[in-house]
Design a binder for this molecule. Structure first.
Ligand code: FES
Length: 89
């Protein structure tokens, strides 16, 4: 059975306006071999924007791992590393 990743995109105000909204389009950018293997969800403020030690918004959680300053490309690269997807451009 193929491994599945859960991607939680913070949709709180700080993350949303700093790029989180773009990350919500993740499913449209998934390479074919990762489709159906990613559970995408939004969640109100993860509470990380108040503690600058963890980096800057937008924040994304991938199976419990926090990715700060997340971009769509960085999330895709992390998924590729975790799920062994095809090479992403
Ligand atoms: S708005 Fe994203 S962690 Fe607070």
């Amino acid at each position: 059975m193929d491994k599945i990743c859960r991607v939680t995109v913070c949709t709180g105000t700080a993350c949303f306006v700093m790029g989180g909204a773009e990350i919500l389009a993740l499913e449209d950018r998934l390479p074919q071999d990762l489709r159906g293997r990613v559970i995408l969800e939004g969640m109100a403020c993860l509470g990380l924007c108040k503690d600058r030690k963890g980096g800057h918004p937008p924040f994304v959680r991938i199976d419990g791992e926090i990715l700060a300053e997340a971009t769509l490309d960085r999330v895709l690269a992390r998924l590729e590393a975790r799920l062994g997807g095809e090479t992403l451009a």
